[in-house]
Design a protein around this ligand. Structure first.
Ligand code: NDP
Length: 359
């Protein structure tokens, strides 16, 4: 028997209150259509917290599959897994291969799991890659990639503007943009001290950001003029805006878009609604869309594989850098409280990096 542990919840609420560490065992006699996977790395993304709170549209069903006293779901949606053994009917993967989950909602904060072929996407070659890189490729980089490609035809020299620029998605957008010849205006929140703000600006410039400004600088009266200056009197176009923050700073961001520009909203970190000036719609023809990577990957499983492989190839070549992460070791003896704290801390701002469980 394989001894396994999983972070499960049986009701919605704050992760610190509803998560518990459950131990169970997995039978060595695999059903012919099943795979046994060992988790190598699984990140803690903001949406995972919303899911546990019960406010996310994808709600994994509570089941008794793991033998928990009350029916439960396993937290987490993304991760990198190693194939440990395969049932007799499995042909597409073999022992030692690395796989990721095809869709969200599987439950990835667990040491081992059974899966079926339909659940997984095989990583063609794990050569030159780390488990963290593979375990974080399908949500953030795919989101940035599709938002820059699928909404407007962005040509070399075009600009995009984004908030949450230091987030996983933001850093991916900066790096993809640089490779595709796009210029970017990147907004970060002012850090508690000026030196930290400066350090963050430099970090993003090194990744390939064209300009980095703080929310306060963005909200300044003169900022629109500044953008005009950067874009040669507006002759270079700011075609796309990426928004994961909402609230007033996003209204300021909107004003920097060129006529017929497109604001794509993919997150709401400030929990503040967006207010859309009617003039932006009527006179500037600004378009507003939303993007959800889960919807996109369900609708385009083949494109998901291609996008993931393309980003991993850039990672291998060194042209796509890892996000900063805070590794949380999950060994057999790791306390439940350590794992729960790592999850609970995720929605606090100014973090040094995304939490990732390493097994
Ligand atoms: P990360 O965990 O990498 O980073 C979190 C980001 O949020 C940081 O830039 C942080 O800025 C910022 N932030 C935290 N609190 C606030 C706040 N109160 N106001 C404004 N900004 C804040 O995030 P991800 O890249 O994984 O995700 C970023 C957002 O994108 C999330 O909202 C997530 O749900 C969403 N998302 C949506 C997807 C989709 O398909 N729609 C897919 C992937 C992500 P700071 O350092 O200043 O605290």
């Amino acid at each position: 028997y394989t001894q396994a542990k999983a972070l499960v919840y049986s009701k919605y609420g704050e992760p610190s209150e509803v998560l518990s560490l459950h131990t169970h065992s997995i039978s060595p006699s695999l059903p012919s259509g099943s795979l046994l996977l060992r988790t190598l790395a699984s990140p803690i993304n903001p949406a995972d917290i919303n899911q546990i709170q019960g406010v996310y549209p994808v709600k994994p069903p509570f089941t008794s599959l793991l033998g928990t006293s009350a029916p439960s779901a396993v937290g987490g949606n993304e991760g990198c897994f190693e194939v440990v053994s395969v049932g007799s009917n499995i042909k597409s993967v073999t022992k030692g291969d690395w796989v990721i989950m095809k869709n969200t909602g599987f439950g990835t904060w667990r040491t081992h799991t059974l899966a079926e072929e339909k659940d997984i996407l095989k990583i063609d070659s794990k050569e030159g890659l780390t488990a963290v890189q593979v375990g974080t490729v399908s949500v953030n980089p795919c989101t940035a990639y599709r938002m820059l490609k699928d909404f407007e035809e962005m040509r070399e020299g075009d600009w995009f503007i984004q908030n949450g620029a230091n987030s996983g998605v933001g850093r991916a957008a900066i790096q993809l943009g640089r490779q595709w010849g796009l210029k970017s205006i990147n907004i970060i929140r002012d850090r508690p001290d000026a030196a930290a703000t400066e350090a963050m600006k430099n970090e993003l410039l090194e990744l390939g950001a064209t300009k980095v400004v703080t929310e306060n600088e963005l909200m300044d009266q003169g900022f629109k003029e500044q953008v005009k200056d950067w874009t040669i009197g507006g002759r270079e176009q700011v075609k796309v805006g990426l928004n994961c923050v909402g609230g007033k700073p996003t209204s300021a961001l909107m004003k920097c878009l060129s006529p017929s520009g497109h604001l794509i909203t993919y997150g709401g970190m400030s929990k503040q609604p967006l207010s859309l000036p009617v003039s932006a719609l009527i006179f500037k023809d600004i378009k507003f869309s939303g993007f959800w990577v889960s919807r996109w990957s369900d609708a385009h499983p083949d494109d998901k594989k291609t996008t993931v492989e393309e980003v991993l190839e850039m990672t291998r070549k060194g042209t796509f850098k890892d996000i900063p992460v805070q590794e949380v070791r999950w060994d057999w003896g790791t306390e439940e409280s350590t794992l729960k704290e790592a999850v609970q801390g995720t929605l606090g701002g100014f973090r040094a990096g995304k939490g990732v469980f390493i097994y």
